[in-house]
Design a protein around this ligand. Structure first.
Ligand code: VGL
Ligand code: ZN
Length: 212
């Protein structure tokens, strides 16, 4: 049987944060994070447009628990843009943890978007930082390239994949999340909340096998 999904030149594969710190042994390891790599490599070959994101924080970043006296990872704080989860220090600019997983095949990617590089603001989404206003520039890229459908894969399903998919949908793109090419962190039911949100917003959830 041929592929169920016909990929067009207006489709883009958005690969979120497949970096060492989100994989086994990393500073903010997502369970099974590295397992997304073979699936992403297989489907990326079929897309004419592939964009990668790279979480890219300064060492004094506001989202790092060790930068807040008395705070532990996974506690939250209130910032002027809303509630912020505090994470272990991760994806520090220029460190091995911030590099893409060594087995990720980057050859077909046309664009790498770095995010989270401003000290005072986190950025889960590939399109807007966590104030929902500061643009990364990716929305302009997608529009200027006249791309229409955004397929999302990578890490973590319930944070950066979720926020990226939701922002792309809000901006008017068709959006499909390739569920088995993602893995979640799952804090306080955040994976279940992600699935409910995708359903409410008309974000499709598909399997990477649809492309094979
Ligand atoms: C992410 C937490 C902090 C992600 C990035 O890639 O989902 N999560 N920074
Ligand atoms: Zn981060």
């Amino acid at each position: 049987m041929g592929p169920v999904m016909k990929i067009s030149d207006r489709d883009v594969l958005l690969v979120i944060d497949v970096q060492n710190d989100f994989c086994s042994g990393g500073a903010l390891a997502v369970p099974g994070g590295e397992k997304v790599v073979p699936a992403i490599n297989r489907i990326a070959k079929k897309f004419a447009n592939v964009v990668l994101t790279q979480d890219w924080h300064p060492r004094d970043h506001v989202s790092f628990a060790p930068n807040h006296a008395g705070k532990q990872p996974f506690q939250t704080i209130e910032l002027d843009y809303g509630t912020q989860v505090l994470w272990p220090a991760h994806c520090v600019q220029g460190t091995p943890g911030a590099e893409f997983h060594g087995d990720l095949d980057l050859t077909g990617a046309s664009m790498v978007v770095r995010k989270g590089f401003r000290r005072g603001i986190d950025s889960y989404s590939a399109l807007f930082e966590n104030d929902h206003r500061t643009p990364t520039g990716l929305l302009g890229y997608l529009r200027e390239r006249e791309l229409k459908t955004v397929f999302v894969a990578g890490l973590a399903l319930d944070f950066c994949v979720r926020f990226s998919a939701e922002d792309a949908r809000k901006a008017g793109f068709e959006v499909a999340v390739i569920e088995d090419a993602c893995r979640g962190i799952d804090l306080d039911g955040s994976v279940a909340a992600t699935h409910r949100s995708f359903e409410e917003r008309g974000i499709s959830v598909i399997s990477f096998e649809a492309f094979l």
